[in-house]
Design a protein around this ligand. Structure first.
Ligand code: A2P
Length: 320
C-alpha cells in the first residue's frame, strides 16, 4: 500500500475513505466495508455530523480482533466555531469521544475562518470572529499543545491558501505537516503542490472525483462532471479501469493522499484498487490539459462584505 511518510517516520496510507456527505445510517457500513477490504485510513470531521456512527463502526471492527487501533490512520478536523484558544482541546475531546478513540493520527484546522462559539454556520456577518479576535496562530498553538498532550499524533490544516500557509510558517517554529485541499484534474493547483513540496507539507486531495453528490441546492446547473469527462473516460476504457480509478491514480502519481468518498461497497473496493492502474506519459499530459481552476467546494460563502476572509484563496489558483 502506497504511503506518505512524516518526518518522525510515521506513515499515512495514501488512499483513505472520505466521509463528507456520507449520511447517517450508511457511513458506519461504509467504514466497516472499507476496513474489511483493506483500507487503513479514514478521513472524518466534526462538522460532517457522522463521527458518532463512525465511532460505533470502529468499535465493532476492533472487537472483531483482526484490525487494531494502531493499524489505522484516523484524521479529523476542528470546526470553525471552536477556534478560540479555550475551545480547541474541548472540541478535539468531543471528536475523540464520538469516534471512541484515545487519540487521532491527524487533526486539522478545517478552514482558516472563525465563527463565534456555538454558531454551526453563520447567517450574518456578526456571527463571525475577525482574525484579530481569533488569530490563526493562537488556534495553531493550541493544535500543537493537543499534539504534545498525545491527543493527536500529527496536526495540520485544511483549505489554507499559500499566503495563509506562509503566515503560519513565519509565525510558528512548527508549521503544519498537512494541508487538505480540493484537488482534481479541473483544479490542479500546481503552485500549491510546488510550495508544499518545498516546505515539507503533505497534501491530501478532497473531492478527488469531483464531489458528484453535493446537495442539489449547492450544485450549479452548469457544473462540469469529472467522472464523465471524455478524456478520463477514454483513458479508463483503454486500461479496462473505471474513470474513478484513473482519477485516483493521477492523484497518487502526483504524490498526494486522496480520500474518495463512497458509501457503495463495490466502489469502495474499486477505489482502493486504483494503485494497480498504470498511466502513460501521454495520458498524464492529456489530463494535465484539463485544468480549469474550477472549485466544486468554494469557501466564498465565508466571504461577506466587511469580514476578515476576503483573501481566502490565492487568486491565481482560483478564478479561470
Ligand atoms: P457513492 O457514495 O454513492 O458511491 P468525491 O470523493 O470527489 O466527493 O466524490 C464522491 C462521489 O463520487 C459520490 O457521489 C460517490 O458516490 C461517487 N463515487 C465514489 N467512488 C466512485 C466510483 N468508483 N465510481 C463512480 N462514482 C463514485
Amino acid at each position: 500500500m502506497l504511503k506518505l511518510k512524516f518526518s518522525n517516520g510515521d506513515e499515512m496510507p495514501a488512499i483513505g475513505l472520505g466521509t463528507w456527505k456520507s449520511g447517517k445510517g450508511e457511513v458506519g457500513e461504509a467504514v466497516k466495508t472499507a476496513i474489511r477490504n483493506g483500507y487503513r485510513h479514514i478521513d472524518c470531521a466534526a462538522t460532517y455530523g457522522n463521527e458518532a456512527e463512525i465511532g460505533e463502526a470502529l468499535a465493532e471492527i476492533f472487537k472483531e480482533g483482526k484490525v487494531k487501533r494502531e493499524d489505522l490512520w484516523i484524521t479529523s478536523k476542528l470546526w470553525n466555531n471552536a477556534h478560540l484558544k479555550e475551545d480547541v482541546i474541548p472540541a478535539l475531546k468531543i471528536t475523540l469521544k464520538d469516534l471512541q478513540l484515545e487519540y487521532l493520527d491527524l487533526y486539522l484546522i478545517h478552514w482558516p475562518v472563525a465563527f463565534k462559539p456555538g454558531v454551526a454556520f453563520p447567517q450574518s456577518n456578526d456571527e463571525y470572529l475577525s482574525l484579530d479576535e481569533a488569530p490563526i496562530i493562537d488556534t495553531w498553538n493550541k493544535m500543537l499543545e493537543a499534539r504534545d498532550l498525545g491527543l493527536s499524533k500529527h496536526v495540520g490544516v485544511s483549505n489554507f491558501s499559500i499566503p495563509r500557509l506562509e503566515e503560519l510558517i513565519e509565525d510558528s517554529p512548527e508549521p503544519p505537516e498537512m494541508n487538505q485541499i480540493e484537488l482534481h484534474p479541473f483544479l490542479q493547483q500546481h503552485k500549491m503542490l510546488e510550495f508544499c513540496s518545498r516546505n515539507n507539507i503533505h497534501l491530501t486531495a478532497y473531492s478527488p472525483l469531483g464531489s458528484g453528490d453535493r446537495s442539489s441546492a449547492m450544485k450549479a446547473s452548469n457544473e462540469p462532471s469529472l467522472l464523465e469527462n471524455s478524456t478520463i473516460v477514454q483513458i479508463a476504457k483503454k486500461h479496462g479501469a473505471s474513470p474513478a480509478q484513473v482519477l485516483i491514480k493521477w492523484h497518487l502519481i502526483r504524490g498526494t493522499a486522496v480520500i474518495p468518498k463512497s458509501t457503495t461497497p463495490q466502489r469502495i473496493i474499486e477505489n482502493l484498487g486504483s494503485a494497480g492502474v498504470s498511466l502513460t506519459e501521454d495520458e498524464l499530459h492529456k489530463i494535465s490539459e484539463l485544468d480549469k481552476h474550477y472549485r466544486y467546494v468554494t469557501g466564498e460563502f465565508f466571504v461577506t462584505k466587511g469580514n476578515s476572509y476576503s483573501n481566502i484563496y490565492d487568486e491565481d489558483d482560483y478564478k479561470e
